[in-house]
Design a protein around this ligand. Structure first.
Ligand code: MET
Length: 493
């Protein structure tokens, strides 16, 4: 069976950008920037983008293009004993897929509420008590299934399933060609109104005003690197799968630069949008900006609804915002499920339709854990370990394997041969020395801190089970699959 292919270069770029731009850009990035020193965050962020993000994207596009397989097959072709890394990445993708869809589900619900602002004036109480119905739950005492959360999640699953089931060109590419232009239009529509609101500029000053006292803080660097890998969808099987569908004649360097720059440009635009609104809100309420912002998940589902209440024509700007969040989330969710589906097709030789049905069906059932009273806590805890432990470990090992064993120089000469413009020796320096060194320090610090201090005040037993235990289980299962693999499994189907 011949491997599927993208129909056009634009189709591939839109799909890759669609994967990169997601919930991570609209609610995670502004909050990360805010938490980590505002303008000072941009220095580590841009450093991570240039020295890790771009080289990583070039590396993953080259791996997928050259080795023609989803992550497990691609790594097994690098060396049979590295297949486990591909599965470890597929497991990261699987876990993100089941909680990411919960946030898309919330965004779909909020899209509905945004027409009449039925979230009321106390948006904090609405989100936590009325919508999530969070009681005294814990990540392991989840309470009961909440149908008003499960139903929008099912809608998100149905859209993702339809795209994956219909194939690379007929499903994913077609969906990206609708979703990405729509997303850009929504954001342009929003931003042209927002930046002219009174107080908006104060919000932007706040976002861009550097707090240099934070620049030497390891946590800020960890946040920047974690954000870059998450937002670019690298290190967890997605971009390898997407680039495995590139036609032979493809311009890797150009595609990689475009994907990274469009994504980061979008993040900064989203930052301007959100902080413009917050600046306006602060002015309307005559309060300092720090008092109107709530952190993390709360930024999109507590603070933004409160800000929408104060906007002129909230019934237009509110739906525009939440529709943008839904569209951005869905195109990323499609990519993450494709990373898993593609690996199953490679490994088991299943048809796309069968693999998509089994993967999405199972994913849907498991994701219901996040539609419970304690779903938010489960999400928060797992998201922390996946991003700060599993993903950074995966990225570090990938850099070491490709940089040192497979040879970064070979990747560079491969991609330079097929690309319009060539990349210099800086690529090898970043892949072999700079990025692994930065990641080793960041990951080491994260491990020690998490080990000593735990996270988020969760019980030790919860951290052991859903944090450390989960990551260890992913590793062990990946290694078992690798050990039981027969060499012929790695041949082209
Ligand atoms: N890149 C996506 C984002 O920023 C996340 C990975 S795909 C689910 O939201």
């Amino acid at each position: 069976m011949k491997r599927e292919q993208w129909g056009s270069r634009a189709g591939f770029i839109l799909a890759a950008v669609g994967s990169a731009i997601g919930l991570g850009n609209i609610w995670r990035f502004p909050y990360m920037a805010y938490e980590n020193g505002g303008g000072a965050f941009f220095i580590p962020y841009l450093f991570a983008m240039l020295t890790a993000g771009i080289p990583f994207m070039i590396m993953e596009f080259s791996l997928g293009h050259k080795l023609r397989g989803a992550a497990p097959r691609a790594f097994s072709k690098v060396g049979i004993k590295f297949e486990w890394l591909g599965w470890f990445q597929v497991f990261i993708a699987t876990i993100i897929a089941v909680y990411y869809v919960a946030v898309i589900g919330w965004a779909i619900s909020y899209l509905g509420h945004s027409f009449t602002q039925s979230w009321g004036t106390d948006t904090n109480a609405f989100f936590f008590s009325e919508y999530l119905k969070l009681g005294d739950n814990t990540p392991t005492q989840l309470g009961s299934l909440q149908f008003h959360i499960a139903i929008p999640m099912a809608i998100a699953w149905a859209i993702t399933f339809a795209a994956i089931f219909s194939g690379v060109k007929g499903g994913i590419e077609r969906a990206s060609k609708i979703m990405m232009p729509l997303l850009f239009l929504l954001v342009i529509g929003l931003i042209t109104r927002i930046v002219f609101l009174p107080g908006a500029m104060d919000g932007l000053n706040y976002l861009f005003q550097p707090d240099f006292s934070k620049i030497l803080d390891a946590k800020v660097w960890s946040a920047a690197y974690g954000q870059i890998f998450f937002t670019l969808s690298v290190g967890f099987a997605i971009m390898i799968a997407y680039s495995s569908y590139l036609p032979e004649k493809s311009d890797i360097n150009n595609n990689a630069f475009m994907t990274v720059l469009i994504n980061c440009g979008f993040s900064i635009t989203a930052g301007i949008l959100i902080f413009g609104v917050l600046g306006y809100m602060a002015q309307e309420q005559a309060k300092p900006l720090t008092e109107v912002v709530s952190a993390g998940v709360g930024l999109a589902f507590v603070t933004i609804p409160a800000a929408i209440n104060l906007l002129p024509a909230p019934y237009i700007l509110g739906p525009l915002f939440f529709l943008a969040l839904v569209v951005a989330g869905l195109s990323s969710h499609i990519s993450i499920l494709e990373a898993v589906t593609s690996a199953i097709i490679d490994k088991l030789n299943w048809s796309r339709k069968k693999a998509a049905s089994v993967v999405c069906g199972t994913g849907f059932v498991v994701s219901m854990a996040f539609a419970t009273n304690g779903g938010l806590l489960l999400l928060d805890l797992i998201d922390y370990f996946i991003n700060n432990v599993a993903l950074l470990t995966s990225c570090l090992i990938e850099l070491l394997i490709i940089g040192w064993l497979f040879k970064a120089a070979d990747v560079r000469s491969y991609t330079n041969k097929i690309s319009e413009f060539t990349i210099g020796k800086w690529f090898e320096i970043c892949i072999r020395f700079l990025s692994p060194a930065m990641l080793a320090v960041i990951l080491g610090t994260n491990l020690v801190n998490t080990f000593n201090d735990g996270y988020g005040g969760y019980a030790m037993s919860d951290l052991m089970l859903l944090g450390w235990g989960l990551v260890a289980a992913m590793f062990v299962v990946a290694v078992i699959i690798n050990l039981t693999s027969k060499p012929q499994t790695h041949q082209e189907a």
